[in-house]
Unconditional design. Structure first.
Lengths: 239, 239
DNA sequence: CGGAAATTTGAGACGAATCAATAGCTGTGG
DNA sequence: CCACAGCTATTGATTCGTCTCAAATTTCCG
């Protein structure tokens, strides 16, 4: 009667996706069929290159990636981080050209996802993912424009927490963050030296623990209140 | 044979829109029919409110608006500026909720635009507008994260120039910018005092002239080269 | 013309960058 | 299993860019 349980390595991505929009059995089967055909990608590989035509849509199943922009003089800006279950290269316009490079930050698994008409359930899921991704871009702008270094770091970690919860990768406020302090710096418009100092202060304040790639937020809700942060909502229904 | 020329006050918006994607006579007529039904809006009026359901899609025909986010303690961040011909409130997901407030900065004219299927020419135009808007969000992130105050200002003015050219509102490097220095500051993560000082320096450097609401870039191409700036492209075809 | 808003100027304080050096960690090959 | 190379994290001293506060001036608008 019921479908067999999905292989464990796709669970995080699948859980995140189905939380975005309701899917019937057929759609879930289509999605799962795509997910189990993932391919491995090494760290630091470009999944999409700025200025080049976008081949098709993908989903990040495992590992982290980032949208990044490089300036002529070597400065680097991470525009957004991609976590398991995030979609890559979904576009509506014809002959789409990538507006930013997407690079894997860790060993990653990605799979191609099928094109879906806008009025289908899967199409709606893509739309919600796109709207959420945009909402996080807006959050990133606010972080960079109007938050202090201290606030930027806490806010970003809260975002990771918030986005990882639907994947099931958070255990009592703890989750893996496979980023160096330099990557955090390049996302937050800071230097790695300053990120290091601010992280130490956050630890002293009891807001954040970060040991060997694993972050713990002892009280995410309290931290969110302290920052005045509230999660983005993009539809009147769930999510 | 040919259609009558559009009323002059819609020309800027119409020109910008038709430059985004090819439209046949019927589509142009539909678009024009929407544009001539514009309504006037006073400055500082909310067109869309963050967290509230989005009614329908609109186009900004005349005047400027901005996507803005307000922090609990009064800090303000402009996320993006909306110029004549820019679309407002186009969403793909069902029951969309606004991810940011949109407020008029000047006296403005807006019109409702019809919903269009994703595979229609008008739908493609909406898609290209959406992709371009996202590309400008990415540009904003890079500005805030990795450019100096000086560079941010020049880069933003270059963006205005670039976006206004298709509207025909630029005459020999000159165009109206109905923004106060404080608004520029709230967009660029600076204070109005510092914006003032940096603008004076840009004037001394001969890069920018700004008098009584009108900006002149004596040599936009040279300034773009100096900053290493290149305009976003979102489709393999035009634009 | 008058009042409010916007711009301009100055002095000083503060946050974050820079430069530089050390220590820790990770993986690799001998 | 150890030694080494190359990142990554940490610390300190100093500089620089931008903010803050405050006041004067100019511009805009009714």
């Amino acid at each position: 009667m019921a479908d067999p349980p999905p292989p464990p390595f796709v669970a995080a991505a699948l859980d995140r996706l189905v939380a975005l929009a309701p899917l019937d059995q057929d759609d879930r089967r289509i999605l799962l069929g795509a997910l189990v055909r993932g391919r491995q990608v090494r760290p630091r590989r470009d999944l999409v290159v700025e200025g080049r035509p976008v081949a098709g849509s993908m989903v990040l199943i495992d590992g982290w990636a980032a949208r990044v922009r490089l300036l002529a003089d070597g400065r680097r800006q991470f525009l957004a981080f991609l976590l398991p279950g995030d979609l890559i290269g979904v576009h509506r316009q014809r002959a789409p050209v990538a507006s930013a490079t997407i690079v894997t930050l860790t060993h990653a698994t990605v799979a191609t996802v099928p094109h879906a008409p806008a009025d289908s359930a899967l199409g709606h899921l893509y739309a919600v993912d796109g709207a959420l991704a945009e909402a996080y871009l807006l959050a990133q702008i606010t972080r960079l424009g109007r938050l202090s270094a201290q606030e930027r770091i806490s806010d970003l970690l809260l975002e990771f927490h918030e986005r990882l919860v639907p994947t099931g990768l958070v255990r009592r406020g703890s989750f893996d963050v496979p980023l160096t302090q330099e990557m955090i710096a390049d996302a937050l418009g800071l230097t790695s030296v300053h990120v290091n100092r601010m992280l130490q202060q956050a630890r002293r304040d009891g807001d954040v623990l970060w040991e060997r790639g694993r972050v713990t937020l002892p009280d995410p809700a309290a931290l969110a209140t302290k920052l005045g942060r509230n999660p983005p909502r993009v539809t009147a229904a769930g999510c």
